[in-house]
Design a protein around this ligand. Structure first.
Ligand code: GDP
Ligand code: ADP
Length: 195
């Protein structure tokens, strides 16, 4: 397995769907110049999702073949679809960057923590059930997808106490600011506060 150097950090954004992980992760990632590790997935792209940006969208056969060749560092099944992170992607990205980020459910976050220990910082984002439901509806997600996400809500919320840091996300700018401050202590980029 790839040996991480002392500056390498893996930031994992986790929490219930609709809590704002992607929005916050993108903003924080941009601030620190961190690269995202993109998952492979067998589900169909949703409207607006871009292959290679949101996910690597692949068929079940392609997924099985990658799995057979041992390419996945972690692989989970969620509601009949497969999601996985390719080990080589983590290695390559950490070769070029001190830190990387991922957006994972609680299983993925736990697996990475077990593999990489102190190098992994889990940022848990949350909002109440009604708020995430409203956000997902506003985002235009299909009702069956929203229902599946809400089915996972309690289990994902139960992961909060395992995470290094937790943030309630109601005001996106405020949440992003707080997380940036928290991560600055780990990443030490000497960011200048312009406000
Ligand atoms: N463990 C794991 N979880 C993932 C991976 N990629 C995405 N996820 C999470 O799995 C869930 C997938 O649900 P999905 O309906 O596709 O949500 P979305 O992609 O976040 O809109 C989300 O909570 C994702 O953040 C992965 O490679 N591994
Ligand atoms: N603090 C917030 N206030 C209002 N809407 C938000 C907030 N954070 C995220 N959103 C919106 O909620 C939806 C879900 O956010 P997203 O970042 O995709 O969440 P996740 O990745 O956790 O599923 C998106 O439409 C996003 O623009």
């Amino acid at each position: 397995m790839y040996e991480l150097n002392e500056r390498n950090k893996i930031i994992v954004f986790t929490g219930p769907d609709g809590s704002g992980r992607k929005s916050v992760a993108e903003a924080v990632g941009q601030t620190f110049g961190m690269e995202k590790v993109i998952s492979f997935v067998t589900r169909q792209p949703r409207q607006g999702e871009v292959n290679g940006q949101d996910y690597h969208f692949i068929t079940h056969d392609e997924y099985r073949s990658m799995e057979h060749h041992g390419e996945f560092l972690e692989s989970v099944e969620i509601d009949g679809q497969f999601y996985g992170i390719r080990g080589l992607d983590i290695e390559r990205k950490l070769n070029h960057n001190d830190s990387i980020y991922l957006i994972l459910n609680h299983e993925g976050a736990g697996i990475l923590k077990r593999i990489y220990g102190d190098k992994v910082i889990r940022i848990f984002l949350y909002a109440d059930r009604r708020t995430v439901e409203e956000r997902e509806r506003k985002r235009g997600l299909a009702e069956d997808v929203i229902a599946m996400h809400l089915n996972h809500y309690d289990q994902e919320m139960g992961y909060r106490s395992w995470c290094e840091h937790a943030f309630e996300n109601y005001d996106l700018a405020q949440t992003t600011y707080e997380i940036t401050n928290e991560l600055e202590a780990y990443l030490q980029r000497d960011l200048v506060d312009k406000d």
